[in-house]
Design a protein around this ligand. Structure first.
Ligand SMILES: C[C@H](N)C(=O)N[C@@H](Cc1c[nH]cn1)C(=O)O
Ligand SMILES: [Zn+2]
Ligand SMILES: [Zn+2]
Length: 477
């Protein structure tokens, strides 16, 4: 442990010294609009994989861009998975790190103050799509390699890297690749670290041992052969958008109560041990107000709010494809509309049990509506929840690293978002998985004006580096 503590100060100094180079590298990454959900931008997702390949190869890592074939149900190639390795010393631990290089869609018209694909540094914050989710962390691992080389500090582990380009769109192809490679590329992995979530609030670092799953559905309603003039046909035909809004209103109450019968019955009961953890978590209702820029909270207490985010399922309505959404007052009856909604899932809900409940309820509601339009409900993608224990050397190493950088003990948190591959890594490689967040709870991931505080980026690189050092020596017992 003394050797670790001796190697950290020069490394941290070098990271500070290289900070403008590290911002420049993130800036290049952010400038590539690698939006996985937008098929027209798929070449940019591929370009992003090549950017990572180039950066990693320049630092001496071996890199393979693993092609995955066509996207399920679409005539478009999936972006490759970047499989890379830095170091092959049989006497060192093999630490697997995962991140994603695709991002959520972003348009200036959505309300961004600046071009989402141009990294802007303002008031100590780095604004840009992907800055926190998840380009900052992915580039962070690359920066950690460079910092070691330039500080002349030996890299403490063999770094096994897996970076995907479809995380924001269901991680198509990744589970199959992990299964196929578990005794090949992933052979010998000792522990996994995923840097793709956020601190709970804005001041206190965290380590995360649980995430929710996500099942995402599309509800399609179609009627007339083409869009119609509402003055000519309104009142004479059954309107798909009227049907859809009725159907969507039956899914969830304005207070957030899921109205699909049976879903809450699948939720694991609260144990006395779990009940005790919430009060101790460093989070306040003010953190929620600040992060959402509002006082639109559904619950009045921190405990209820955290439980809603961590341990209960939620249903969100995301959008309606095909509905008139441009400015102005177009008097149209849309012919076909697709409502998108998802459920965040928790122990012990399984995707198949949930599908059964959702499909039955939607079909029952549709029958009750008695419409002559056509209705179809489909699952777009799903991913499982994951709940682990932080009592493992992998978490101990991250705790020490956090203390070394931030001078505080991290909070142990669960995450409301989803990273479906977490469970796959744990189950297939049979090794501990740790979630080590870089950004803060108010970063605006998936939202407009996404940012990563500069201090979180630079200290995040220090934390990732220090974690690798502690992980290289942490006793297994
Ligand atoms: C927490 C992680 N950074 C993230 O944003 N995950 C996404 C994954 C997802 C699920 N369906 C579509 N994308 C999320 O939680 O929304
Ligand atoms: Zn995301
Ligand atoms: Zn992410």
């Amino acid at each position: 442990m003394a050797a670790v503590e001796a190697s950290l100060p020069p490394l941290f100094d070098k990271i500070e010294e290289l900070s403008s180079d590290f911002v420049a590298r993130l800036s290049k990454a952010v400038s590539i609009p690698s939006v996985s959900a937008d098929f027209t931008l798929r070449p940019k997702v591929v370009e992003m994989s090549k950017f990572l390949e180039k950066e990693l190869k320049a630092l001496g890592a071996t890199v393979e861009l693993r092609e995955l074939g066509k996207q399920e149900g679409a005539d478009i190639d999936l972006p490759p998975i970047v499989l890379a390795r830095y170091g092959t010393d049989p006497n060192k631990r093999n630490i697997l790190v995962y991140g994603h290089y695709d991002v959520q869609p972003a348009l200036v018209e959505d309300g961004w103050n600046t071009d989402p694909f141009k990294l802007i540094e303002k008031d100590g914050k780095l604004y840009g799509r992907g800055s926190t989710d998840d380009k900052g962390p992915v580039i962070g691992w690359i920066n950690a390699i460079e910092a070691h080389q330039k500080a002349g500090v030996e890299f403490p582990v063999n770094l096994v890297m897996c970076f995907e380009g479809m995380e924001e769109y269901g991680s198509d192809g990744l589970d199959d690749l992990i299964r196929a490679e578990k005794d090949k590329f992933f052979k010998g992995v000792d522990a996994t670290c995923i840097c793709d979530n956020y601190w709970l609030g804005t001041t206190h670092p965290a380590l995360t041992y649980g995430i929710r799953g996500c099942s995402y559905y599309a509800l399609t309603i179609s009627g007339p052969a083409a869009d119609l003039h509402s003055g000519v046909f309104g009142g004479m035909v059954s309107e798909p958008l009227i049907d859809l809004t009725h159907m969507l209103s039956k899914l969830v109450s304005p207070q957030g109560k899921i109205l699909i019968p049976g879903v809450m019955d699948l939720v694991a009961p609260l144990t006395a041990e779990e009940d005790e953890i919430y009060d101790k978590i460093k989070y306040s209702m003010q953190d929620l107000y600040d992060a959402t820029g509002s006082k639109t909270n559904l619950y009045e207490t921190k405990k209820e709010s955290l439980m809603a985010r961590w341990r209960y399922p939620t249903l969100s309505l995301h959008g309606i494809e095909g509905a008139f959404s441009a400015p102005g007052a177009k008097t149209v009856i849309p012919a076909k509309v697709v409502g998108k909604f998802s459920l965040r899932t928790v122990p012990d809900i399984t995707p198949r049990a949930l599908d059964e409940l959702v499909f039955k309820y939607i079909n029952d509601c549709w029958a009750e509506l008695g419409s002559k339009n056509k209705m179809e409900i489909t699952l777009l993608h799903d991913g499982m929840w994951w709940l682990s224990s932080p009592k493992h050397w992998n978490f101990e190493a991250a705790k020490k690293a956090t203390k070394a950088v931030w001078n505080v003990e991290p909070d142990l948190t669960r995450e409301g978002g989803s990273i479906p591959v977490t469970l796959t890594f744990e189950e297939e490689l049979k090794r501990n998985v740790l979630l080590l967040p870089m950004g803060r709870g108010d970063d605006g991931a998936h939202s407009i004006n996404e940012k990563l505080d500069l201090v979180n980026y630079i200290n995040g690189i220090k934390t990732l580096s220090a974690y690798l050092h502690y992980a290289s020596v942490e006793p297994t017992a």
